[in-house]
Design a protein around this ligand. Structure first.
Ligand code: NAP
Length: 262
């Protein structure tokens, strides 16, 4: 059974074949959704185009989510192409690399502003642009990480940005719920992607989780995408304002220790 037959989805945040957003786009496509893709910087067109073509997507447009004019143009083009949309995927984050290592107290004013604007405010900006196109209700989904709640080495200002993102999910969900628009986040465990490579010690983090998570492994893009599918389809019709974990259970642990160490 196809869960998104006749539905239309706009996906932001595909950088390459490892991107979580790419896993989600494939899953939505396999379930019948018509898809539009937006990427962040011109250099990515070369990587994104072949992926888009492989799932029959003809709407592939650049949009810097920190630029209101570009957001306006992008949604204007999307309105011409799709009329209405049902799903918005926001899979975007950025902080300057020097902020993702070393002491948190050294976080710069500009690094803080950049991280918060790109990784949290952009959800508000994209949702505001998408909402008028969700005339029959819709589903907005963003990606977050456990570093929003607990201190994770080197995640630093991105943890603060994700905390702002998760709070924005709740405020947007309350605001747009009366219009039938649901807003949720998936909190994914660490996955090797371009962005993740920017966090110092990511390989150590992957090994740490693999040894301790209840499922004794890491998760992959496809597992995040399957959860995205239920949240964005009718299977998730009663769920809004939530952060859903896809992290092999890591977040439930109060005292993560490798097995056999007690
Ligand atoms: P990714 O493939 O590098 O995706 C990040 C995307 O953000 C890229 O497509 C990037 O595009 C986009 N982006 C950054 N600044 C932008 C801007 N100003 N305008 C438009 N797009 C912009 O890495 P990913 O791991 O899949 O990340 C997707 C989301 O999942 C992020 O929110 C991340 O924090 C979250 N997440 C990741 C993990 C993990 O371990 N990988 C775990 C939990 C949550 P450009 O390069 O073109 O700017």
């Amino acid at each position: 059974m196809k869960l998104l037959e006749g539905k239309k989805a706009l996906v932001f945040g595909i950088a390459n074949h490892r991107s979580i957003a790419w896993g989600i786009a494939q899953q939505l496509y396999q379930h019948g959704a018509e898809i539009g893709i937006s990427y962040g910087i011109p250099q990515l067109e070369r990587r994104v185009m072949p992926l888009a073509e492989s799932i029959g997507v003809s709407f592939v447009e650049k949009c810097d989510v920190n630029n209101d004019e570009e957001i306006g143009e992008l949604f204007g083009m999307a309105a011409d192409k799709f009329g209405e949309i049902d799903v918005l995927i926001h899979s975007i984050a950025f902080a300057p690399q020097e902020e993702l290592t070393g002491r948190f107290v050294a976080t710069s004013r500009s690094g803080f502003a950049t991280a918060l604007e790109t990784s949290a405010y952009s959800l508000i900006a994209l949702t505001r642009a998408a909402a008028p196109m969700m005339r029959n209700g819709g589903s907005v989904l963003t990606m977050t990480y456990y570093g929003a709640e607990k201190v994770v080495p080197n995640y630093n200002v991105m943890g603060v940005a994700k905390a702002a993102l998760e709070a924005s999910v709740r405020y947007l969900a309350a605001d747009l719920g009366p219009d039938g628009i649901r807003v949720n986040a998936i909190s994914a465990g660490p996955i090797k992607t371009l962005s993740a490579a920017g966090v110092a010690g990511i390989r150590k983090m992957l090994r740490y989780v693999e040894e301790r998570a209840p499922l004794r492994r890491n998760v992959d893009q496809d597992e995040v995408a399957k959860t995205a599918l239920w949240l964005c389809s009718d299977l998730g019709s009663g769920v809004t304002g939530e952060v859903v974990y896809v992290d092999a259970g890591y977040n439930i642990l109060g005292m993560p220790e490798p097995p056999g160490s007690w």
